[in-house]
Design a protein around this ligand. Structure first.
Ligand code: ADP
Ligand code: MG
Length: 453
């Protein structure tokens, strides 16, 4: 069964190369898949104007791309909110065949983001060491720098550098088996193989897949925290690759010694080169924006770029978000993106528009996912430690993130508990994070997950 998002993402990948970047960003990428209706894929446009643009200009491209990847989907329908009530039942998951030609095509090339190259990476004081190390391993993978451990705050270019290494390696060493995987993917695959009842060889395949590589890149390894089983698996994978002089590249939001993982794995992670990336200075931030504009064909002047770079100082992804907002706003209102009046209008609601509204449900699911427990247990009556601690942490996070939510309402959500019980849970964790580093990092990791950091 394929989930709707998987279907849509595959179609997007196919469409992306067929339309101009601006049109793709503005029109195609903003469509939302609603469901399958008979053999048609239904997509939601944010407004009537957007719907008309897509129907008149991009429907054929979309149809062609869809037919290429999923031959059984015969048509595409674009709707707006107004049409939703008349829609009837749509399916959110579909069992459809993927074009075999297409699958072979995707599997052949490892998926590195084409734009994340060394050429598109701006080097400044804050990242020059990490960049130099990345380039060195991309040119000469194997023994010299092994493992490479890149760390730094969110949105500072770790993933970009890993893909740049991947792109370069793939070009220079097409025979090498190179793999980029996020830590989450690795964890999930491991757990799926562990619980796979239909294929007795699932674990064997999983191990073989990772241990036969020439280059393994794992992104965001801080998410190995609290996953003892996967840590053990990673330890053996690491050793096997390392002893065979295979290149290992890891990234994290903190240095190895601060990741909550077994000592022996921590030591392994720290045996090679450790390179950090710091937030870039103003000059570098402007240069990065300039580069993004060149890549996307935007013509934006220095004043606007400096305004963005001055407002956002520690996260490049956010800077790009602001740039995109100015571009899409000016396109939609038909204004000049270099006109400060238009820019200010575009950014007026920026802070509030970007602030995500998090719900209790989301905090609860993130907590359950993190600790791998069921929701009914988390909000239920069980009293064992494996459940009680996550429950307390969840209550603490709700109180903290959704400040102002009445304790009675939270108690109600947690199976009709008294508000004093909620206070007890909240205070217990707010004390624990001061003294217990495990609790502190659990709270931080769940929060990061919630805010997609
Ligand atoms: P991280 O993995 O560290 O959270 P990413 O690699 O996802 O960050 O980077 C976030 C965005 O910022 C990406 O679009 C990336 O291309 C861009 N970026 C980060 N650093 C640079 C840089 N030095 N030059 C150009 N773009 C950069
Ligand atoms: Mg990243």
């Amino acid at each position: 069964m394929l989930k709707l998002n998987q279907i849509w993402n595959n179609i997007l990948l196919e469409v992306e190369s067929k339309v101009a970047t601006l049109a793709y960003d503005l029109y195609i990428n903003s469509l939302e898949p609603v469901g399958m209706y008979k053999d048609r894929l239904v997509l939601l446009a944010g407004s009537k104007a957007l719907k008309n643009i897509v129907v008149n200009n991009y429907k054929d491209v979309l149809k062609k791309a869809t037919a290429k990847v999923f031959p059984s989907i015969i048509d595409i329908e674009i709707i707006t909110e107004e049409d939703v009530p008349h829609l009837g039942a749509v399916q959110k998951e579909v069992d459809i065949p993927v074009s075999s030609a297409y699958v072979a095509d995707v599997e052949e090339k490892a998926c590195f983001v084409a734009q994340y190259t060394f050429d598109n990476f701006v080097v400044g004081k804050s990242n020059e060491y990490a960049h130099a190390v990345a380039r060195a391993v991309a040119e000469n993978p194997g023994t010299k720098y092994n493992p490479v451990f890149l760390w730094g705050g969110v949105g500072l270019g770790k993933t970009h550098l890993m893909h740049a290494i991947g792109n370069m390696l793939q070009r220079n060493f097409p025979e090498k088996r190179i793999m980029y995987v996020t830590c989450d993917q690795f964890v999930n695959e491991f757990i799926e193989s562990l619980h796979n009842n239909t294929d007795p060889n699932a674990m064997k395949h999983f191990r073989a897949k990772y241990r036969k590589l020439d280059v393994l890149m794992m992104d965001d390894v801080q998410f190995l925290a609290n996953k003892e089983g996967t840590q053990e698996e990673m330890f053996h994978t690491f050793n096997e690759l390392y002893l065979a002089d295979k290149q290992i590249i890891l990234s994290s939001d903190r240095p190895p010694k601060e990741i909550k993982i077994e000592e022996r794995l921590k030591t392994r992670f720290a045996t090679g080169i450790i390179a950090d990336i710091q937030p870039p200075n103003l000059e570098t931030r402007i240069a990065i924006l300039q580069k993004k504009c060149n890549a996307k064909g935007y013509n934006i002047n220095f004043n606007v770029l400096s305004l963005i770079a001055e407002r956002i100082t520690t996260n490049i992804r956010e800077m790009e978000g602001m740039l995109n907002r100015i571009i899409s706003y000016s396109t939609l209102v038909g204004g000049d993106p270099n006109d400060m009046g238009v820019v200010n209008d575009a950014l007026r609601d920026y802070a509030s528009a970007e602030k995500e509204v998090i719900t209790i449900d989301q905090v609860v699911s993130a907590t359950c996912e993190y600790f791998r427990i069921k929701k009914e247990d988390l909000i239920g009556k069980k009293k064992n430690k494996e459940i009680v601690v996550p429950r307390h942490i969840c209550v603490y996070l709700i109180c903290d993130i959704l400040e102002g939510t009445p304790l009675e309402a939270i108690g109600e959500y947690f199976g009709g508990r008294d508000h004093t019980t909620m206070i007890h849970a909240r205070d217990k964790i707010s004390e624990a994070i001061k003294t217990n580093s495990t609790t502190a990092s659990q709270v931080k990791d769940i929060r990061d997950k919630l805010f997609n950091r």
